[in-house]
Design a protein around this ligand. Structure first.
Ligand code: ATP
Ligand code: MG
Length: 227
């Protein structure tokens, strides 16, 4: 479902004298339906960068990034937006939302853009918010003032509201208490059972061992030290 082949990434810092920074060389990851693959490696190794490459936030310098039938590395922006709508979900580390939109609608939005009717989308959003222990009195408020853990749970609800065939999870259990951590791990397990292909970053080793089938150490893709 997700196949990264021979991907390299070089950043050019135009605002710092055009410094060229190679961060990745020959990256390779393969995820089948129903599988979870963990990206590991020290801080700064390039885990989040690889995830952003797969999501199409960063443009690969070379290589192939297949998600379903699309090569994200060469796809048109319109194709990437379509992929994000129906196929590829992403739970980033931090929630980014438009101010003043109610939490219930923030979570329901991915379904609305798919054409699901409002009642059904809100029902599904409410179900996830309940599961993730976000009190109902908060649903009508914008999540901008929520606590870190609350925002993270809203982000997770939004990422699981549609049954994406492929999912990217950047530290989904990072700031959660044990009870909510458990809810998130069972959401991941359920998604795997329905056939989702998942790439995850987990500093929580117990969580990683429980839900992930393989590990890919991205420090193996570090370019040789430039002279
Ligand atoms: N937009 C960017 N421009 C320049 N360099 C970048 C950019 N994004 C990431 N990098 C560099 O790429 C390297 C990998 O960063 P990345 O965020 O992928 O690490 P990580 O493995 O996710 O680390 P952590 O565990 O701390 O989250 C770092 O050296 C970082 O400075
Ligand atoms: Mg990171």
């Amino acid at each position: 479902m997700i196949r990264v082949t021979d991907v390299s990434k070089t950043f050019t810092l135009h605002n710092q004298g055009g410094a060229v920074i190679p961060v990745m060389l020959g990256a390779k990851v393969s995820v089948e339906a129903g599988e979870c693959v963990a990206l590991t490696g020290a801080s700064g190794a390039g885990k989040s960068t690889l995830m952003r490459l797969i999501y199409g936030n960063y443009l690969a310098t070379s290589g192939q990034i297949r998600v379903g039938d699309l090569d994200v590395a060469t796809a048109a922006p319109r194709e990437i937006l379509q992929l994000r709508r129906d196929t590829l979900g992403y739970v980033s580390q931090f929630l980014r939302v438009v101010p003043r939109v109610a939490t219930l609608d923030v979570v329901a939005e991915p379904l609305l853009t798919l054409g699901v009717d409002v009642e059904q989308a809100r029902d599904r959003a409410a179900g996830l918010l309940t599961q993730l222990n976000i009190p109902e009195r908060l649903w009508s408020l914008s999540p901008t003032t929520f606590s870190g853990g609350e925002q993270q749970r809203v982000n997770i609800a939004r990422g699981f509201v549609h049954d994406y065939p492929a999912l990217l999870l950047d530290e989904p259990t990072a700031s959660l208490d044990p009870q909510n951590r458990e809810v998130v791990l069972s959401l991941i397990e359920t998604a795997k059972r329905r056939g989702a292909a998942i790439v995850g970053i987990f500093h929580d080793v117990a969580a990683r061992d429980r839900v992930c089938d393989h590990e890919v150490d991205v420090s193996g893709f570090a370019p040789k030290e430039a002279a």
